[in-house]
Design a protein around this ligand. Structure first.
Ligand SMILES: C[S@@+](CC[C@H](N)C(=O)[O-])C[C@H]1O[C@@H](n2cnc3c(N)ncnc32)[C@H](O)[C@@H]1O
Length: 386
């Protein structure tokens, strides 16, 4: 059996990996606990940074909010690190604004009873707090038990409780597009999905996997990525196709990828939200972990990546967008929104505007006087090159 439940010819090797179709891949662990890998810690780093911001905004402004860790795992790795439910709980309990927080419902779902039991024991080791309401759902597959989880998150009658869905399965079969669609049906809900670039790249030319791919993408638009040659370009095109599917639901999306030695994405963390304020939290995480491109974290360089680079951030797409505004004027705030939707930060917008201003291509039209170059209320006029 492979990760997606289908059968493939596999040859085993001594390192715990199986070789399938010439590829070297690891089957999902069978024991209750398994060892961590660098990418697990990077994923948790992304969760932590994102939750710092999400909790700071949401848990203070709303009297109730929810997080659903829908593939929670056992809460611990064999070699020591915390699993995601502990990472999430500690981020809440140790947050600098904790004293101002309201109630967080924290719902975990895990298909395997042994892993759920281990998690329940681990959660009991945390200092109790009336603000953190932990609930461990009866073991079931997330797609099958979605309505139960949804009711727990939204408190039955309270449909407006903002909910963050964390979807972290072992393989793409765990997250059909239909499930994502349901998670996003309420305007305050957001999702953070582990997205399997390697597996999807492997499957995309295998006709026996076409249905599984379409179910995951919510259509067969992924096939357009086959026009792209080369692993990196094709993986990028597949991710873009997936995000296009999300956009067709009317949501905003961004992603950060985790790569290994050859720098192509192994997997990505895909974020989707209804609200620009969601991107305000997600985009800084990407740029913090990849200060140059804000897109890819290398699992070998890991969290030190930022220190190894001294190059400037890559803002080509943003610059091209601003240049395309030649002949028009735009408010600074509308530019911030567009930059953010492209995955950039306000600081990138400011420095790119500075560069364009040097060439006379961006000029502040109003206000006439200001203490900073691009105040929030400013209107900026763009010009073609001299
Ligand atoms: C990648 S692990 C989760 C790791 C955890 N989120 C963390 O970061 O520490 C995926 C977990 O989902 C569980 N699982 C697999 N299929 C599932 C399903 N359909 N519904 C719910 N849980 C599932 C597995 O038993 C496994 O513990």
């Amino acid at each position: 059996m492979t990760q997606d439940g289908s059968t493939e010819r596999a040859g085993s090797s001594t390192d715990g990996f199986v070789s399938i179709g010439g590829q070297h891949r690891m089957p999902p662990p069978q024991d209750t606990l398994w060892r961590s890998q660098p990418r697990v810690l990077i994923k948790h780093q992304v969760y932590r940074h994102y939750l710092q911001c999400w909790m700071g905004k949401i848990c203070r402004s709303f009297d109730q909010s929810s997080i659903v860790d829908a593939f929670s795992g056992p809460g611990q790795y064999l070699d020591g690190p915390d699993g995601s439910p502990l990472v999430i709980s500690k981020t809440f309990l140790e947050h600098s604004a904790f004293s101002q927080f309201n109630t967080l419902r924290f719902i975990c779902n895990e298909k395997r009873a042994d892993r759920r039991e281990h998690l329940t024991r681990k959660m009991k080791e945390l200092p109790p707090s009336p603000k953190l309401k932990f609930h461990s759902a009866e073991p079931a597959g997330t797609a099958d038990t979605f309505e139960v989880l949804d009711a727990l998150a939204h408190g039955g009658s309270r449909k407006d409780i903002p909910t963050l869905w964390i979807l972290d399965p072992f393989n793409l079969a765990g997250v059909p597009f239909e499930l994502i669609q349901k998670c996003l049906r309420r305007s305050r809900d957001e999702v953070l999905i582990t997205w399997f670039s390697d597996e999807i790249y492997r499957f995309c030319e295998d006709s026996s996997k076409a249905n599984a791919m379409s179910s995951h993408f919510g259509g067969d638009h992924w096939k357009s990525a086959l026009e792209h040659k080369g692993e990196t370009a094709r993986k990028e095109a597949l991710l873009t196709a997936y995000q296009d599917g999300l956009r067709s639901l009317g949501v905003l999306t961004n992603a950060v990828s985790i790569s290994s030695r050859n720098e192509t994405a192994r997997y990505s963390l895909v974020f989707a939200t209804h609200d620009d304020r969601g991107l305000e939290c997600f985009n800084p995480v990407k740029w913090r972990l990849d200060p140059v491109k804000g897109s890819t974290i290398n699992e070998n360089r890991g969290m030190q990546q930022g220190d190894l680079f001294s190059e400037l951030p890559v803002v080509e797409e943003l610059r091209a967008y601003l240049e395309s505004l030649a002949g028009e004027a735009a408010s600074f705030l509308s530019l911030v929104r567009e930059a953010q939707r492209m995955g950039y930060l306000e600081k990138h917008l400011r420095t790119t505007l500075d560069e364009l201003a040097v060439d006379g291509r961006a000029v502040r039209e109003t206000p006439l006087k200001a203490s900073t170059r691009w105040p929030a209320e400013s209107v900026i006029r763009f010009y073609p090159p001299a």
